[in-house]
Design a protein. Structure first.
Length: 334
């Protein structure tokens, strides 16, 4: 088996508890390897510059390096390690002190990277070289607000094998940038645009049309008028394989989007319309009756819904196991 190294095994923070953590399959495999793997994880959880240098010098065939949330390792040590790990496939720098020089070193030294997480790396200012990672399948840039400019987001169209993309909390995600992205990225299955203040329905629609295989879409906390109900409804209509949609905190997506979900997304399993305060009984009823695979539903603060409709419609969803009804005048949290 190819050698692997993971550092700080605790899962990183996520604003949406249902959002999959970085590299979930890898972590699952490590857990399944038993106590020996767990012991290894504990031994390297406090990796410092000297330990990283030793690993890089003795394990040139290493394929996975996770130093997420490690504030001990310095940028020069990361730069030096990058030159000695040419076979690296998975790299997590989330929440570290990584700089532009660190990212450039890994792009140059590890051209076959498949998974990269630089979320919350606040020292990054230039992500221009990311477009050179043509083998990349998974890219996470959450909270890289300074570095993830509209130009950078658009340039990711060069990553034609990209399947997972996290752009949450990035102010550089604009409608035009997403349109540029859609010209090259056509293999996406997972996309987070949560809390991107300049995202528009035009951009979301462009990505949806180019990536009909999307199964996860996060638009949470995007109440801006540029993200229109009609455009998101059209995007949803293009995503017939959609399984999870988070529209929490998007009160404008309360009419046409729910109807489009009911009409087009029979595979839907997880839906949040929390704080869609104008969501109507008939639209929720249609979702529950037509989305027969729905297992989780959050309708917190959907104040227009009535208890009578909930009692009538909830039994129509045979797989529904989790319903959040907080802050509904006639309902209670379930």
């Amino acid at each position: 088996a190819a050698p692997r190294l993971a550092v700080r095994p605790s899962l990183p923070r996520h604003d949406d508890e249902r959002q999959p953590a970085p590299f979930p399959l890898r972590l699952q495999r490590l857990r399944q390897e038993g106590e020996a793997a767990e012991s290894t994880l504990r031994q390297v959880s406090l990796l410092n510059d000297e330990q990283l240098a030793a690993v890089a010098a003795t394990r040139p065939d290493l394929e996975c390096l996770n130093v997420g949330d490690n504030q001990t390792v310095t940028p020069p040590a990361l730069v030096a390690a990058a030159a000695k790990l040419p076979r690296l496939r998975e790299l997590c720098l989330r929440g570290t002190r990584a700089t532009d020089a660190v990212l450039d070193a890994f792009v140059a030294g590890c051209p076959d990277l498949r998974q990269l997480d630089v979320s919350e790396c606040r020292s990054l200012t230039d992500l221009g070289r990311l477009a050179q990672l043509r083998e990349l399948r998974e890219l996470r840039l959450s909270r890289c607000s300074t570095a993830a400019t509209p130009e950078i987001v658009g340039s990711l169209c060069a990553l034609r094998k990209l399947e997972v993309l996290d752009l949450s909390y990035c102010a550089g995600v604009t409608g035009a940038a997403l349109q540029d992205l859609a010209t090259g990225c056509r293999a996406l299955t997972w996309l987070s645009l949560a809390s991107c203040p300049d995202v528009t329905d035009v951009g979301v629609l462009a990505v949806a049309v180019a990536n009909p295989g999307l199964v996860y879409l996060n638009l949470a906390v995007s109440p801006q008028p540029g993200l229109k109900d009609e455009g998101v409804a059209a995007a949803v209509a293009a995503l017939r394989r959609l399984r999870r949609l988070d529209a929490t905190g998007c009160p404008q997506l309360c009419s046409k989007t729910p109807r489009s979900l009911a009409q087009n997304c029979e595979w839907l399993e997880d839906l949040s319309l929390a704080s869609c305060s104008q969501l109507q009984d008939e639209d929720l009823r249609a979702i529950l009756m037509r989305c027969r695979r729905l297992g989780s539903l959050d309708i917190t603060a959907c104040a227009q819904l009535t208890e009578a409709t909930l009692l009538e419609a909830l039994p129509s969803a045979p797989r529904l196991r989790r319903v959040v009804l907080s802050l509904i005048p006639e309902g209670e949290e379930e």
